[in-house]
Design a protein around this ligand. Structure first.
Ligand code: AMP
Length: 633
């Protein structure tokens, strides 16, 4: 446990004495060769952390623990979908990762090559990620079961040499075959990976493509004893890309480095999550998301902790399943999302009370706004600190949180806390770029460069997009925009007030409304469409669509409208997945726009949520908004 110190000083030092601060944090990981420079920010906004240093993520997550904890738990796999529970020690994990690394090498994968991982939550997914890190290959995990269209655009962008996948995932007892989705995605993509390594769980039969598809089970037997040493890579060598939605249809490949990421995670385990080596960490996220990368796989393992990888629903076999795991594996740190807690809230609290949760130090929640009633409920049921933390795929670890490992601070419900060390967070006026220093003024949450270690280096193969998207939106200043609105109270606690752009958050999943609009527009009957995020009690937000039809006469034909609504939903399901499916698709004769033709999404959203749409002086045709209002009645 680190000594108590003053957090304000700790944070100030991380900004004002940046290199000395991060030099100290860098000692938390192993270096094959020490770095010669802590931070090279000669070419803003591109930050190069720990230049000259050689290290390896897999070494830090696995190999270095063999000395002290080879037989301790490393990866605890629990599937309530297939009723499998299997615990891997660090020694066993080390062996499995080498086997997977050998299989990848046998497929021609080498340092710098991309490997796309399209997997359910099974141990082989963790082996694959760590194996890539081991040999210096760049992994790109795509959420298992993502629709072919979305998967194809990621294959196209990442141009992987190989893909690692499985026959199927399973959700709520329903098998989701992956192979047909994957084959279709490869068919749609102009880039064709040379090899596909298939893990066969025996859940869904599939067809093998001769010469391309490799059977993992078979290949593993061939490589049982193969030794694959860690490839020492530059600290700045990319470890992975992870695609995230923005305001355009094309997803962005968030590119992360190696050394900075390892240091950031190691430091966060100490100062934020307070997980000690030998303890157990349980993050309920999925490896397809950033939380899964940082806090199912790399963070806990780097910190010498066991990590639980859970495949299944939080309410199956009953709403006590997660807490039973906390008891059984003596979980000390737990990380989940507000949506999951809102789901659990619908069940009897005896599901929590019946387990011994004495090992648990705190529950961390992130990914979407944590509303006060949800926070209050779980706090009183658990009787443990509930710590909201705010971050993004881009940053890889929290921007705002409470750093209780440095100095204990009280949570304020509704706030994810204060600026985390390393982040020079500012609230800026979106029109003038001026800093808003006074308390409780609403501004854009921005970060002054350099971004701390562990944050995105760039957009994969698109430096211009990195600069133009993230660093050019505030007038007169080159600062990183989070695209979130926020306020800060006099104690330095921030409150997040929603996105400044057209990104919505459905049950913790980030979606660009433009993506959904593009998908809907591919229906031949749709002339124009607006998609907005509307507040929802359970999911935080849901997508709602308003479309203009090419053939206006259909507007009065109810049967035709219902049929079209179903067709549109099916298209979105197929292209983007069920999470993006609008809760309603309603048809109008015109969409509300400004006189210059800009869609008034915010006014539509306000009307759908029963709020005042605000200043409408720039609106072209007031009847357009009225029509949407009438549809809500
Ligand atoms: P993602 O990159 O998918 O993790 O989404 C990041 C976005 O989710 C942020 O820009 C916020 O809009 C939202 N978000 C994440 N964590 C929080 C939080 N603790 N409170 C409020 N919003 C959050």
């Amino acid at each position: 446990m680190s000594q108590q110190q003053n957090y304000a000083d700790f944070h100030r030092r991380s900004i004002e004495d940046r290199d000395a601060f991060w030099n100290e944090q860098a000692q938390l990981i192993d270096w094959k060769q020490p770095f010669s420079r802590v931070c090279n920010y000669d070419n803003p906004p591109f930050a190069r952390w720990f230049e000259g240093g050689l290290t390896n993520l897999c070494h830090n997550a696995v190999d270095r623990h063999l000395k002290d904890r080879a037989d301790q738990n490393a990866l605890i796999f629990v599937s309530t979908e297939t009723d499998v529970e299997h615990v891997y020690s660090f020694r066993e994990l080390h062996a499995e990762v080498q086997r997977m690394a050998a299989i990848l090498q046998a497929q021609g994968v080498s340092k710098g090559d991309r490997v796309l991982i399209y997997m359910p939550m099974i141990p082989e997914a963790a082996f694959a990620m760590l194996a890539c890190a081991r040999i210096g290959a760049i992994h790109s995990v795509v959420f298992g079961g993502f629709a072919s269209h979305s998967l194809a655009s990621r294959i196209e962008d990442a141009s992987p040499v190989a893909i690692v996948s499985a026959d199927a995932g399973s959700r709520g007892g329903k098998v989701v075959p992956y192979k047909p989705l994957l084959d279709e995605a490869i068919r749609l993509s102009s880039h064709k990976p040379a090899k596909v390594v298939m893990v066969d769980r025996g859940l869904a039969g599939f067809e093998r493509v001769e010469g391309r598809d490799v059977d993992y089970g078979q290949a593993r037997i061939e490589h049982m004893e193969t030794v694959v040493p860690c490839e020492w890579v530059d600290a700045t060598h990319p470890s992975y890309t992870l695609y995230t939605s923005g305001t355009t249809g094309k997803p962005k490949g968030v590119q992360r480095d190696t050394g900075g990421y390892a240091v950031a995670l190691a430091a966060s385990m100490k100062h934020i999550y307070m997980g000690e080596p030998g303890e157990t960490y349980f993050s309920t996220s999925d490896i397809g998301w950033v939380v899964g990368h940082s806090y199912i796989i790399y963070g806990p393992l780097i910190g010498g902790m066991a990590t639980i990888m859970y495949e299944g629903l939080p309410i199956r076999p009953d709403a006590g399943i997660w807490w039973s795991l906390v008891e059984k594996y003596k979980v000390s740190v737990m990380f989940s999302a507000p949506t999951a807690v809102r789901v659990l809230k619908k069940y009897d609290s005896s599901f929590i009370k019946k387990y011994d949760l004495s090992s648990l130090k705190a529950l961390f929640l992130a990914g979407e706004p944590l509303d006060e009633p949800t926070a209050q409920w779980i706090s009183s049921e658990l009787g443990k600190p509930i710590i909201d933390n705010y971050w993004q795929t881009e940053t890889g670890w929290p921007i705002l949180s409470l750093c209780n490992g440095v100095e204990k601070a009280d949570s304020k419900f509704g706030s994810p806390g204060k600026a985390v060390y390393g982040y020079n967070v500012k609230l800026l006026d979106d029109q003038t770029g001026e800093e808003l220093k006074g308390g409780n003024q609403k501004g854009v949450v921005a970060i002054e460069g350099p971004l701390p270690p562990g944050c995105m280096q760039t957009v994969w193969q698109d430096d211009d997009r990195f600069v133009n998207t993230y660093w050019s939106s505030v007038p007169g200043k080159m600062v990183y925009s989070t695209f979130d609105w926020g306020i800060r109270d006099d104690d330095g606690y921030y409150f997040i007030l929603g996105r400044t752009d057209d990104v919505i958050n459905v049950a913790g999943h980030r979606l660009g409304t433009r993506e959904i609009e593009e998908s809907i527009s591919s229906h031949p009957q749709i002339a124009e469409v607006a998609v907005v995020g509307v507040a929802d009690q359970l999911k935080g937000q849901v997508a709602m669509a308003f479309a203009v039809l090419k053939d206006a006469s259909l507007l009065t034909d109810e049967a035709a409208r219902l049929k079209l609504e179903g067709e549109v939903m099916k298209i979105v399901d197929g292209q983007l997945g069920a999470v993006a499916r609008p809760s309603r698709v309603q048809f109008v004769n015109v969409l509300p726009k400004t006189r210059s033709g800009k869609l008034l999404r915010r006014a539509i959203q306000a009307v759908c949520e029963g709020r005042d749409p605000g200043d409408l002086t720039t609106m072209d045709d007031p009847a357009a908004l009225q029509q949407i209002k009438d549809l809500q009645a």
